[in-house]
Design a protein around this ligand. Structure first.
Ligand SMILES: *[C@@H]1O[C@H](CO)[C@@H](O)[C@H](O)[C@H]1NC(C)=O
Ligand SMILES: *[C@@H]1O[C@H](CO)[C@@H](O)[C@H](O)[C@H]1NC(C)=O
Length: 483
């Protein structure tokens, strides 16, 4: 009897225990898939369920509203895939805000964050993969708070008020791939700023800061860096071998919007993988013939627009065996000579020369450009566009832009009119803006609409263009004499 009831009691307990376990298990399972809780009285926070977890967004919420919504979310114990705050006044950021929520991506934009306590992220160290604290009021990198985020792949501190990057500012972020500090006030980068950041960093954005030189030393040993953005700073000088020791994986280098005047020899040596170099909007007047030494087998995209070059820097460019795009817009180049595209022109596909001072393109200047697809020449001083000059590129060109040039419309431009009118080719860009400047009767008239008679051509111009000039002259004389 005793044994029986004892047995019964045990089995009952086991049964209850199993039920309890089942209940627990089902509640855990349910909490993982139950979706959004009702957010108490919130009009500024919204929750939605995404495949990988919840997505909570709070825009212009009061702090109280925010905290209640977070609490409601936290109590479900679900994974929060995205947690987004915008225009919320957070001020000091402490441990209580995120608590122990499992947050993967946290964004706090324009939240007046002035400081972040050391343990603010203590509850999310393993889960956090990306952190965006853009448009806040941080004056330094919150190193101690970030230190434990071993799985953080992306850190964005754009538009804060950071003035220096101190030693080991990002230590402990061993998984970091992307670091963005655009729009701060950084003037000083400690030599050890990136020490301890792990060897995974592939992108660094230091654009729109107050840097007066390339922070070469700190950037050393970032062995797998692929993209380095230093645009919109105050860099006035590039040194020889400026990027030495930076590792050889750099693919994209942005230096636009600085104050560089000269490119010294071997400025980019060591960047053996460099594919794209942006030097737009500087004050470059001089490029050393060996400026691009070391990147001749990798560079394909080169931007030198909005500088002060007075000729095409053919000598340094000749080394670039793979150059595909050459952007020289908005310089002071006044002519293209027969030499300018020799021995590197065959790889060029895209050439931008708008807004220069071009008045002359020598007859054979384009003859090596047999892969050319885009040729932009608008807003220059060209009076003539002889067929002989362009003939060699017409087979491959998909865009030819000559608008806003002061063309003297005589028979030499008839081939161009025919090209504009050729519905099939559609090569000519902005044909209506490609006009005659002279002679006076044709001033302002789109070349597309001028007639052979306007141009004073003897016969149909498309014939002239294929006839030899001598035959054309004879026909012309014939026409004068016989009419
Ligand atoms: C930033 O947030 C404040 C309110 O906290 C708002 O007045 C301001 O317009 C916001 N700025 C931007 C750029 O959204
Ligand atoms: C890169 O990140 C992984 C974690 O994602 C880490 O295990 C590894 O140590 C890091 N690599 C280096 C060189 O630090």
């Amino acid at each position: 009897m005793f044994t029986f009831s004892y047995y019964k009691c045990i089995s009952l307990m086991m049964h209850r225990l199993r039920l309890l376990l089942l209940l627990l298990a089902s509640s855990v399972v349910r909490s993982d898939f139950s979706g959004c809780p009702t957010l108490p009285s919130s009009r500024t926070c919204t929750c939605s369920l995404k495949t990988k977890g919840l997505d909570l967004s709070c825009d212009s919420a009061s702090r109280q509203d925010l905290l209640t919504s977070i609490e409601a979310i936290a109590s479900t114990r679900q994974v929060v895939w995205y947690l987004k705050f915008r225009n919320v006044n957070l001020g000091n950021f402490d441990r209580s805000l995120l608590g122990d929520m499992r947050v993967n991506h946290f964004i706090a934009l324009n939240c007046s964050v002035t400081s972040i306590e050391d343990d603010a992220f203590a509850g999310v160290t393993d889960d956090l993969e990306s952190l965006d604290l853009g448009q806040n009021k941080l004056e330094r990198v919150p190193t101690a708070a970030l230190e434990g985020l071993v799985n953080l792949a992306s850190l964005n501190l754009n538009y804060n008020r950071i003035e220096i990057l101190h030693a080991e500012a990002f230590r402990g972020l061993i998984s970091l791939l992307r670091l963005s500090l655009f729009g701060n006030r950084i003037k000083f980068v400690d030599d050890l700023a990136f020490e301890g950041i792990g060897g995974n960093l592939t992108q660094v954005n230091l654009g729109d800061n107050g840097l007066s030189s390339v922070p070469s030393r700190p950037l050393r040993n970032l062995d797998v860096l692929q993209r380095l953005q230093l645009h919109e700073n105050k860099i006035g000088n590039l040194l020889e071998e400026e990027f030495r020791g930076m590792g050889e994986s750099l693919d994209v280098l942005e230096l636009s919007g600085n104050q560089v005047e000269k490119l010294p020899q071997r400025a980019f040596a060591n960047l053996r993988m460099l594919n794209s170099l942006d030097l737009e909007n500087n004050r470059i007047r001089y490029i050393h013939p060996k400026a691009f030494e070391g990147i001749e087998s990798s560079l394909e995209w080169l931007k030198l627009g909005d500088n002060q070059l007075s000729s095409i820097p053919a000598e340094p460019l000749r080394r670039l065996k793979k150059l595909r795009q050459l952007d020289l817009r908005q310089n002071r180049i006044d002519r293209i000579t027969e030499d300018d595209f020799k021995h590197y022109g065959r790889t060029l596909k895209f050439i931008y020369l708008q807004k220069n001072r071009l008045h002359t393109i020598e007859v054979n200047a384009l003859s090596e450009l047999d892969s050319l697809v885009w040729l932009y020449l608008p807003s220059n001083q060209l009076n003539v566009a002889p067929y002989e000059t362009f003939r060699s590129v017409l087979d491959t060109l998909q865009i030819l832009d000559l608008h806003e040039n002061p063309f003297n419309c005589d028979c030499r431009i008839a081939w161009f009119r025919d090209l504009v009118r050729d519905q099939k080719s559609k090569v000519v860009n902005m044909p209506r803006e490609t006009r005659c400047e002279a002679p006076p009767p044709l001033k302002g008239k789109a070349i597309a609409y001028v007639t052979g008679q306007d141009l004073g051509c003897a016969v149909d111009s498309s014939c002239v263009s294929v006839l030899s000039p001598a035959v054309a002259v004879i026909l012309f004389l014939f026409w004068i004499l016989c009419t």
